[in-house]
Design a protein around this ligand. Structure first.
Ligand SMILES: Cc1cc2nc3c(=O)[nH]c(=O)nc-3n(C[C@H](O)[C@H](O)[C@H](O)COP(=O)(O)OP(=O)(O)OC[C@H]3O[C@@H](n4cnc5c(N)ncnc54)[C@H](O)[C@@H]3O)c2cc1C
Length: 376
């Protein structure tokens, strides 16, 4: 019997445990992997971009993380990384803080069932172990990064406790297109990218666009990917503007000069593979037609790379069904949601871990307040 049962020993589950556990709150963290915090080691390409100065709650998060030994540096774009630039610094600090505050972390504990009974919650592991608690935090993440233990199991417990579900889809994920782009493998180019649904622009981003033999990525493309909801009556297209610094007319003029001076309109303007791809595909256009193409190069989206390549989940437990100050369920008292299981997905840059921290802080404070019998 525990006071607080937390399912999921990832970012938000561990921080909730670190902040809530104590004499008044006997706490257990149940983690299906053989070690906690596995996903954190992979974040930010191993460097863990754990916060962004533009994230909500940033000062409170910075202070809280500082208090458990996560000291960071901010880069010129406002992204926070541990001073060591090693994700392990964040993972180890979380585990240390959770254990120091008295939480028990049980690994290889795959929770398969959750039941509410007589005012408490019972979490049952696949091998039959039972953990009962007055408060339950579902911190199982979404479905992104299945290789780190996230299969979306928390959703079914949320639904069992009366919640609805915004359909989870992979976000911050490379997109796949109908066109054969294998010749572009390895190309990186700067530009503007717009996501179009049935011809209407949904959103645009700028930055580096990266091509592999069968997908398009780069932060700007990944940031748009969570808006893709393919269906029979929704066609999505990526429109790439390779020369955002020029209007179409200016670009046509530049192309004319290139033709005169270098003999080819695209000479020296684009990476060789991309130049050849465009020339092979579109032949010898006049400068106006080529300028128009370069400002709006289209790729028809056939899908995304899916859960294994997604960094985050769009969709999940609706925000309207959770008290925003405490993260307590508005459907079932004593039940809390933290992190990615909630219907929030932020852009690249530290916003998703910021969401994990901020929801964990709010949940932990509320559970502690209740356990201490304080009503303020
Ligand atoms: C490759 C990659 C890179 C990323 N880089 C960044 C970055 O640099 N910056 C950023 O802000 N965000 C990044 N993210 C996103 C960020 O890591 C997540 O949004 C964040 O970790 C979510 O925290 P969470 O606590 O909700 O879930 P998670 O950290 O995913 O933890 C959930 C935990 O629950 C456990 N679990 C699930 N089901 C069960 C069960 N049934 N029983 C027991 N345990 C269970 C899982 O094993 C897992 O350990 C990245 C994600 C990936 C995949």
């Amino acid at each position: 019997m525990y006071d607080l049962v937390i399912i999921g020993g990832g970012a938000s589950g561990l921080l909730t445990a670190a902040l809530a556990a104590g004499e008044n709150l006997k706490t257990v963290v149940l983690e299906r992997n053989n070690a906690p915090a596995k996903k954190i080691y992979a974040t930010g390409n191993g460097h863990c971009n754990y916060l962004n100065e533009k994230a909500g709650d940033v000062r409170r998060i910075e202070r809280t993380l500082g208090s458990i030994g996560i000291a960071g540096v901010k880069d010129e774009d406002g992204r926070f990384y541990p001073r060591s630039r090693e994700a392990s610094a964040v993972a180890l600090a979380l585990v240390r803080a959770a254990e120091k505050s008295g939480a028990k972390i049980i690994c290889d504990c795959h929770v398969s069932d959750v039941v509410k009974r007589n005012g408490s919650f019972l979490a049952v592991s696949k091998d039959g172990r039972k953990f009962e608690g007055k408060y339950l935090v579902i911190a199982t993440g979404g479905k992104a990064g299945i290789q780190f233990g996230c299969y979306g199991e928390g959703y079914k417990w949320a639904q069992y406790m009366g919640h609805s579900l915004v359909k989870p889809v992979p976000a911050l994920v490379p997109v796949e297109c109908e066109e054969d782009i294998s010749a572009l493998h390895g190309v990186r180019v700067k530009g503007n990218v717009s996501l179009l649904k049935n011809g209407e622009t949904l959103c645009s981003e700028s930055g580096e666009i990266q091509f592999t033999k069968d997908s398009i990525s780069g932060i700007c493309v990944m940031d748009l990917s969570g808006k893709i909801r393919l269906s029979e009556d929704a066609a999505y297209v990526l429109s790439v503007d390779l020369f955002p610094e020029h209007t179409e007319e200016e670009l046509a003029e530049v192309l004319g000069w290139q033709k005169e001076t270098a003999g080819s309109m695209l000479e020296g303007l684009l990476p060789a593979k991309l130049k050849k791809y465009i020339e092979d595909l579109y032949g010898d256009k006049d400068k106006e037609a080529l300028a128009s193409l370069l400002k709006d190069m289209r790729f028809s989206i056939k899908g995304t790379r899916g859960w294994a390549d997604a960094q985050v989940t769009a969709g999940g437990v609706p925000l309207q069904e959770i008290d925003p100050d405490t993260m307590e369920s508005l459907k079932t008292g004593g039940l809390y949601f933290t992190g990615e299981i909630i219907d929030y997905d932020g852009p690249c840059g530290g916003f998703n871990l910021a969401n994990a921290w901020s929801t964990a802080i709010r949940a932990a404070e509320d559970i502690k307040r209740k356990a201490d019998g304080r009503m303020d």
